[in-house]
Design a protein around this ligand. Structure first.
Ligand SMILES: *Cc1c(COP(=O)(O)O)cnc(C)c1O
Length: 402
C-alpha cells in the first residue's frame, strides 16, 4: 500500500500578510529605517511594536532587538552575569542558548531533561546546590513547558534568577500564565522559523525597571532611551546610562513593520498550529512503539513542531528511518545523530562548554525525532505526513522482528 510521496517544502513559510508588506513599503518610502530616525512627534514602528508586544505579553516593559540570541545575551548581562559566573541551562536546547552564556563569559552548567523533553527539576535543584549557580537560562525547547510553579519555587528557595528562552513558546501558557512572564525576563525570537517572521529579530520582556534600563542601554540606545514604546521612566536611567556598555543589537523599523500585523493575528496562527499538531499527534500515538511527550493539563502549547520518541531504537535504525522518510519527502530530524546537522546539535558538539556527563539526556536524544509543522501545510498534508511516519516506523519493526 504505497502512499503518495510528500512534496511540499518544510522550510516554506506562509507569505508575509499584505498589510505587513504595505507597512514595510511605507517605511522604505520614508527612508526612516533606523529605529531612532523618526519624524518629530511620530512614533516609529519599532516603538509601536514594543508597545504592542508588552500589551499582548502582559508585561510593563518590552525591548525590541536584533535576534533571539541577542535578547538572551542582553538578558544575561542585564541580570548581572559576570565573567566566570555559573549559569544553569537545559542539556537539550539549540546552540544559541549555551552560546549566549559562553559569549557573556558565563560557564554553562547543563541540566538533564526528562522523557517529556523539559528540564529535570530534581537535577536542577541538585546541580544548583552542588555548584552554587545563581542563574538559570531556562529553555522551553521545542515548545515544552516544565512545571513552572515548581520551577519558580526551587528558584526562590535557592535564590536563582530565572531568564526564559521562549523562542518556541511565544503564546504558550502554564496555568493560563504566558511563558516568559514567570522569570526576570522572557526572550523571544522573530526569526523566520519561529512564531512571528521578520527574517531576524528578537523581543525581551520584563517587569523589572532597572533590568530593562540596563538591557535598553546594552541594546544600543545611546541616550535615546526615551524613544522606546514600553521602557522604564527616564529617572531609572540616571546612573545606568553611564554605567552600562552599548553592544549595538537594535531592531529596525522595517522588521517591526513586518511584525506588528503578524502579532495582531497570532492567536489564529496558534490555533492553526495546534490543529496540525493535534492531528499528527493523534495519528502517531496510535502506533505502540511511538511515544509522544505528555502534555500536562496546565500546559497550553503552541504546536509549531512535533517531537516523538522511539525508545531503544538503534543508531542504525534511526538513520534508516530518517533516510527512508527523506526518500518519501518527509523531513524528520534525529537528535541522536553523532554529528551536528543543520540547526540541530547536542551538548557533545558544544566544545566551548566544559564537557559534562548527561546520561539521561543522551539516552533520550538517542531516540528523539522532530518535525516542523509550517502553516503552509494543510490538514490533509499533516495526515499524510503522520501516515508516512507510522508506515516507516512499522517497516523498521517488521524488519527487526522477522
Ligand atoms: C531560534 C532559537 C533561539 C535564538 O533565536 P535567534 O533569533 O535565531 O537568535 C534561541 N533558543 C531556541 C531554543 C531557538 O530555537
Amino acid at each position: 500500500m504505497a502512499r503518495a510521496r510528500f512534496s511540499k517544502s518544510f522550510t516554506q513559510q506562509p507569505p508575509i500578510p499584505e498589510d505587513a508588506i504595505e507597512a514595510a513599503v511605507a517605511v522604505m518610502r520614508s527612508g526612516r529605517l533606523h529605529r531612532y530616525n523618526t519624524a518629530p512627534g511620530v512614533p516609529g514602528e519599532t516603538m509601536e511594536l514594543e508597545r504592542d508586544f508588552a500589551l499582548w505579553q502582559g508585561q510593563p516593559f518590552c525591548l525590541a532587538v536584533a535576534s533571539g540570541g541577542q535578547a538572551m545575551q542582553i538578558a544575561l548581562r542585564a541580570a548581572g552575569v559576570k565573567m566566570g559566573d555559573l549559569v544553569l541551562t537545559n542539556g537539550f536546547t539549540l546552540a544559541p542558548v549555551p552560546g549566549a552564556i559562553a559569549v557573556v563569559g558565563g560557564k554553562p552548567v547543563l541540566v538533564e531533561i526528562t522523557d517529556d523533553l523539559v528540564i529535570d527539576l530534581d537535577d536542577l535543584a541538585a546541580k544548583a546546590r552542588q555548584t552554587g549557580a545563581r542563574f538559570l537560562l531556562l529553555s522551553h525547547m521545542r515548545g515544552h513547558l516544565c512545571d513552572m510553579e515548581r520551577l519558580m519555587q526551587i528558584a526562590t528557595e535557592l535564590d536563582i534568577t530565572v531568564l526564559e528562552d521562549c523562542a518556541h513558546t511565544m503564546g504558550a501558557r502554564w496555568n493560563r500564565k504566558l511563558s516568559g512572564s514567570f522569570g526576570l525576563a522572557g526572550c523571544f525570537s522573530t526569526q523566520t522559523y519561529k512564531h512571528l517572521n521578520s527574517g531576524e529579530g528578537g523581543l525581551l520582556t520584563s517587569q523589572d525597571a532597572e533590568f530593562m534600563a540596563r538591557a535598553t542601554i546594552l541594546s544600543g540606545s545611546y541616550m535615546l532611551f526615551d524613544r522606546h514604546g514600553a521602557g522604564p521612566a527616564t529617572e531609572v536611567y540616571d546612573d545606568i546610562r553611564l554605567d552600562t556598555p552599548n553592544t549595538s543589537a537594535r531592531m529596525d523599523n522595517l522588521r517591526a513593520a513586518l511584525l506588528r500585523p503578524q502579532l495582531r493575528r497570532i492567536d489564529q496562527s496558534i490555533a492553526a498550529w495546534n490543529e496540525r499538531y493535534d492531528l499528527v499527534a493523534a495519528r502517531l500515538a496510535a502506533h505502540p512503539a511511538i511515544r509522544l511527550p505528555t502534555r500536562p493539563e496546565a500546559e497550553a502549547y503552541v504546536g509549531s513542531s512535533i517531537q516523538f520518541r522511539l525508545p531503544g531504537i538503534t543508531a542504525a535504525n534511526a538513520q534508516t528511518l530518517v533516510a527512508r522518510l527523506s526518500g518519501a519527502g518527509v523531513e524528520v530530524k534525529w537528535f541522536g545523530a553523532p554529528h551536528p546537522i543543520g540547526f540541530t546539535s547536542d551538548h557533545h558538539s558544544w566544545r566551548y562548554v566544559a564537557a559534562q556527563n548527561l546520561p539521561q539526556t543522551d539516552r533520550i536524544l538517542a531516540g528523539l525525532f522532530d518535525m516542523r509543522l509550517p502553516l503552509s501545510f494543510t490538514l490533509p498534508d499533516c495526515a499524510l505526513l503522520a501516515d508516512l511516519i507510522v508506515d516507516a516506523v512499522a517497516a523498521l519493526q517488521t524488519r527487526a522482528t522477522s
